[in-house]
Design a protein around this ligand. Sequence first.
Ligand SMILES: [Cu+2]
Length: 186
Amino acid sequence: MASLLASKLQLLLPLTLLLLFTYQPTTAREYRVGGDDGWDIGVNYLSWSEQYRFSTGDVLVFSYVKGQHNVYHVMEEAFRSCNTTKGVIKTYASGNDRIELSNATTLYFICNIKGHCQGGMRLRITAERTAASGGAPTLLSSPPPMSPSPSQPSVPPHGNDVSGGASGIWVPTLMLTLIFHVMLGF
Ligand SMILES: [Cu+2]
């Protein structure tokens, strides 16, 4: 019995490892705004943002030296004009500001240090509803959006998976069930 169990476990181990390493939860990702450059002057945030498809639940991280920059979540008009006398929704200044894309909408961010917005520190992000969040299927007249590079099917270069979410429990559950079945000889 023991040797039979051992041989079954020998078979199961590579299978489990394979499942673990190939499994990619289709849930929230974390994006460091500007990639390695972070939130700073001289970075093209349009070309940075065009590399990715953002979904509800994803998190933007604005990383900068505290005091040198800030993050103003603004209305479109303030984004276009760089004028923050009105249209400011929320402000951040911690140097490591985490902002979740909670709704399927377009968000506008600028740096409100004098001259920085005009100098390019402005970011427009459109979050699409994730399938997991229960939205109705969208009818797209345009071609399907680009997919990330084939070598990394679902993880963008500067994004990290941050949580498994509700769907993340399925694979461990499946594996546990599998292990029990094999051990009990089903
Ligand atoms: Cu700035």
